[in-house]
Write a protein that binds this ligand. Structure first.
Ligand code: HEC
Ligand code: HEC
Length: 468
């Protein structure tokens, strides 16, 4: 929604734009790719990775010492601090907390002013006159990202479909995402009979996402390079929309299809809510049929958001705290050791360090702020794609570059696992045991090693998982 409180909003937006331009001009070599409709979604239209580099005190090696490091390894941790973790709707320090959340309303909210203002925008229910739809999945980010604190995961799943033609994946007309709601029954998306490939994708957690965004590319590459070839993951390069599609290693979403929270937010605003913004100005179709502004179905000209909401969503997520651990008992500690021993941490990386404050990330569009820089996090993911036999058949994008992503899924981050009861990308595993049994392919050895444990040991691993 575009808010009435324009004075401050515009000022804040202008500041954001000025700093973006400044950064971009320092780095003109990053400006290479011309956006086009397809590149605007996830494709690596830029031809090389962004030039973010780990700074001396946060070099790749230091960033990837994982939980496997022994206490005898003397590494300099003096620069690094544990990331703040809590389900408390409080800022991690990225932005100030701001006015009492309960005093905010549509008229006095000031996007980008504070954590609470941005949380209000993240929670705000959109309507047709704000640009909602014509096809959409829900009216607010919070509808799907709420549990336990705002920004968390939920039981809501979205639906993707397509079909195979001449051995090639072909998306449903208008894109593989089938929106499950519409503002008018005439344009509601019904899955075509020919679409034989389909999957659900359950809502993921965004709490702590700012720390994940601040992981340098080099760190993810170092994790990958250290993996034995039998479990080696794939670092997918994806376009950063706000940096002229220069590429960076993806880390967000079930297929690591985005690298930046601003890009993901623009994508979600369009694809979940039907609201266009400067980064993604083209309205969604109804199964390929144009239903945007100028048709009877959409009264709002594009872009429907001036871009400020998208930055507010991104900054809200950047300012959230990491999911906290539950109670640590003796069984949990024993399970932690076993989880490591049977090889689960080969992909579910326990500990990662973020880049130093000031590091330029997201193709140069963002500098790491103090609140998220030099932090130690425990996401239990390498953010890489793996084939563990659960691939849902739907690639990130059609075409040769992405074909193999049809059978790959990002290692699910296990932090906040204890707040979820529908597991795996489709949400169709209802217990941790079922989720573990679905691990095959690259995860076969780890699963077999888990299966070989005694029941008492398995119970300890499960107790450990329940503490995440
Ligand atoms: C209808 C439910 C729904 C709504 C509304 C929704 N999301 Fe999501 N969100 C999802 C699902 C499902 C996924 C996982 C999708 C995937 O990866 O295929 C997701 C993933 C994400 C992720 C990636 C987190 C990770 O796993 O790394 C971010 C960031 C995100 N959403 C932000 C937003 C923002 C911002 C909004 C509001 C503009 C929003 N979402 C609205 C369902 C929703
Ligand atoms: C080769 C990499 C790899 C290894 C090794 C591995 N996993 Fe996974 N794990 C994944 C991937 C990829 C997913 C997501 C799969 C999906 O959603 O289809 C996943 C998902 C999970 C989930 C579901 C999480 C959620 O949020 O839904 C659990 C629980 C889990 N793994 C536990 C384990 C345990 C326990 C082990 C060791 C026995 C293990 N994993 C070993 C890659 C791995």
């Amino acid at each position: 929604m575009n808010h009435r409180n324009r004075g401050l909003t515009t000022l804040a937006a202008a500041t954001a734009i000025v700093s973006l331009v400044l950064v971009a001009s320092e780095q003109s070599e990053a400006q290479m790719a011309v956006p086009n409709a397809e590149a605007n979604r996830f494709s690596p239209a830029g031809s090389r990775l962004d030039p973010e580099t780990a700074t001396p005190q946060a070099d790749a090696a230091a960033n990837t010492r994982s939980a496997t490091q022994s206490a005898s390894e003397p590494i300099s941790t003096s620069f690094f601090r544990e990331a703040p973790a809590a389900f408390d709707n409080r800022t991690n320090g990225f932005d100030v907390q701001g006015p009492d959340f309960n005093t905010l309303d549509e008229d006095n909210v000031v996007p980008l002013r504070s954590f609470n203002d941005n949380r209000f925008i993240f929670e705000e229910v959109e309507h047709v006159e704000d640009g909602l739809g014509p096809t959409f999945n829900a009216q607010a980010c919070r509808e799907c990202h709420q549990n336990i604190a705002v920004g968390g995961a939920s039981q809501i799943a979205e639906h993707r479909t397509g079909r195979i033609e001449l051995l090639q994946f072909v998306e449903s007309a208008g894109g593989s995402l089938i929106q499950s709601r519409a503002t008018n029954a005439e344009i509601f998306e019904r899955v075509p009979f020919e679409d034989s490939v389909g999957t659900l994708r359950i809502s993921t957690n965004t709490l702590g996402a700012g720390f994940i965004e601040a992981i340098p590319n080099d760190t993810l590459l170092a994790i990958r390079n250290a993996q034995p070839s039998s479990i080696r993951g794939r670092a997918l390069e994806v376009a950063v929309l706000e940096a002229n599609n220069v590429t960076r290693i993806g880390r967000f979403g079930w297929k690591s299809q985005h690298a930046s929270l601003q890009s993901f937010a623009a994508d979600a605003y369009l694809n979940e809510m039907g609201i266009t913004s400067p980064l993604l100005p083209e309205e969604n179709t109804s199964l390929g049929r144009f239903v945007g502004f100028g048709t009877p179905y959409d009264p709002v000209a594009d872009p429907e958001d001036d871009g400020v909401d998208v930055v507010a969503f991104a900054n809200f997520m950047r300012a959230t705290k990491a999911p906290p651990r539950g109670t640590i008992t003796a069984a949990v500690r024993a399970g932690d050791t076993l989880f490591n021993q049977v090889g689960c941490t080969g992909c579910h990386t326990a500990t990662i360090r973020t880049a130093a404050p000031g590091t330029r990330i997201n193709g140069g569009a963002l500098r790491v702020r103090d609140a998220v820089g030099n932090k130690i996090i425990h996401p239990y993911s390498d953010f890489l794609l793996h084939d563990i036999g659960t691939g849902d058949g739907i690639p990130v994008l059609p075409g040769a570059d992405f074909a193999s992503t049809a059978s790959q899924i990002r290692t699910a981050p296990l932090w906040a696992l204890r707040t979820r009861n529908r597991l795996m990308h489709d949400g169709l595993s209802f217990t941790k045991q079922e989720a573990i049994s679905r691990h095959a392919g690259q995860a076969t050895a780890a699963k077999n090693a888990y299966n070989a444990l005694s029941q008492a040991q398995k119970d300890q691993v499960l107790a450990f998982l329940d503490s995440l």
